[in-house]
Write a protein that binds this ligand. Structure first.
Ligand code: SF4
Length: 456
């Protein structure tokens, strides 16, 4: 009888896409795939190292899997496994720890999946990480939106970040491979492709010439495929060029949405973080996008509680963010990471202060999101409906990243339909109706037909 395997992911979209690749490898090797939480012969945990909770989380998850089936063969991989392999190997019940270079070659390291007394560890030093496997994942059970990996690793040296140590130097998949993979996803029926990487904007592939292919070259080629929606997941501000903004502005295929990490609105903190821009450059970029693409959805990452963040420095960030025309924030609380420059800096911020500041910025984010939703009310926008039905509702996203919901009607999932926001009292989602009068421009024939098929 075929052995069964279940997998679980912690962390970012890139990790999710890589877990899907691992699942595919098990599947093609004849293993039965089970849902996380179901009893299985093998369990794979793909970890994250962004917070210092990794160890705790890892232990809890492994314990709960072993409670269900004490003979489950446990494999741990991902960023935490690369950074602290021995710490993981000491967790009772772990059989195999695989680093960044080894995770996709797991069948080279194990074949019987029988539990032994001791756990095995296979990792390479971070300066030798070279693996770059194709990966994509779907975020819902229906094939609606796929996260397509185009790049891995990072050459930047932000003082708080361990990702370059966990994932190695920046490397990119060949442009042809990216385009072939995108075509496959289109054939599989995906309506939206989200380009994913550690530092996506740093995509660079030397195809035998001195001048590398860049992200903009991928974008031009993807546009020709006529994918209904292409979204750029997150891009460093210094790498978001005018050419990319112009293409997104003029194209019907690219989502009018950017996620641009800011991290701090205080000049000194930005310097200590070793970011590659200052706040004036960031502000100009946001103004440029808003002028060029009115109504664009813009998200910003912010870290609070970085060493040396006094009340004054925090209020600089708060003031800067209040005036910044972005639609939402992703707020992270600074977490001390081993082997980073930031952890050596003076001025540790008390945990309770970090919590308070985090709350302030989350509230600011909610009010920005609500304002953005309200600004978009009464507009007709295209929404990609996902097959998530809760209490008779279906949810979806506009191309500028407003989460909307409407009463579920058969046939609307995995379709892009014209939609009008009628109520936006809530920052979690806006409510509205599918617009069944005249479809707006830029809808494909397929979508217009679907619109007419629905009787409201
Ligand atoms: S850009 Fe900075 S924060 Fe982002 S992965 Fe690279 S080092 Fe880390």
């Amino acid at each position: 009888m075929a052995k069964s395997v279940s997998l679980h992911t912690l962390g970012c979209k890139l990790n999710y896409s890589e877990t899907s690749t691992l699942a595919g490898k098990f599947n093609s090797n004849g293993f039965e795939l089970k849902e996380y939480g179901e009893k299985s012969d093998i369990f794979v945990l793909n970890t994250c190292s962004v917070t210092d909770n990794a160890d705790k989380e890892c232990r809890q998850i492994i314990r709960s899997v072993l409670n269900k089936n004490p003979i489950t063969y446990i494999i741990v991989t991902g960023c935490y496994a690369q950074l602290q392999p021995n710490e993981i190997a000491e967790i009772h019940g772990v059989d195999l720890v695989l680093g960044a270079n080894e995770k996709f070659r797991l069948f080279d390291y194990v074949n019987d999946f029988e539990k032994k007394e001791l756990s095995c560890v296979f990792t390479s030093p971070s300066n030798e990480i070279t693996n770059l496997d194709y990966a994509y994942s779907s975020d819902v059970e229906f094939r609606t939106r796929a996260f397509l990996k185009i790049q891995d690793g990072c050459d930047y040296n932000c003082s708080f970040c361990t990702i370059p140590l966990a994932r190695g130097k920046s490397r990119s998949l060949p442009l042809n491979t990216v385009i072939e993979n995108a075509k496959k996803l289109l054939e599989l029926g995906y309506k939206e492709i989200v380009l994913t990487g550690v530092n996506t904007g740093d995509y660079k592939y030397y195809n035998g010439s001195a001048k590398p292919e860049k992200l903009i070259d991928i974008l031009y080629d993807l546009e020709k495929l006529n994918i209904p929606r292409i979204r750029i997941s997150s891009i460093e501000p210094n790498l978001l060029t005018d050419e990319i903004i112009n293409l997104v502005s003029s194209s019907n295929n690219f989502c009018k949405h950017f996620h641009i990490p800011l991290q701090s609105g205080d000049p000194e903190t930005l310097k200590l973080m070793r970011r590659r821009y200052n706040r004036d450059m960031y502000k100009e970029l946001i103004e440029k996008i808003n002028n060029k693409i009115p109504g664009a959805g813009i998200g910003a990452d912010v870290i609070i509680g970085f060493p040396g963040e006094t009340d004054e420095r925090f209020s600089n960030t708060l003031k800067f963010l209040k005036e910044l025309n972005v639609s939402y924030l992703h707020v992270f609380s600074y977490s001390e990471r081993r082997n980073t420059y930031a952890v050596t800096l003076p001025g540790r911020v008390d945990i309770n202060i970090r919590k308070q500041r985090s709350k302030v910025l989350r509230e600011l984010s909610n009010s920005k999101r609500l304002k953005f939703y309200q600004k978009n009310s009464e507009n007709i926008q295209n929404v990609l409906f996902e097959s998530v039905k809760e209490d008779g509702y279906i949810y979806g996203f506009t191309d500028n990243y407003i989460k909307v919901r409407t009463k579920y009607k058969e046939g609307i999932e995995n379709n892009i339909l014209p939609f009008k926001i009628t109520e936006s009292e809530n920052y979690l989602y806006a409510e509205g109706d599918i617009f069944n009068n005249k479809p707006p421009k830029n809808l494909s024939y397929e979508n217009i037909q679907t619109t007419e098929r629905i009787t409201l």
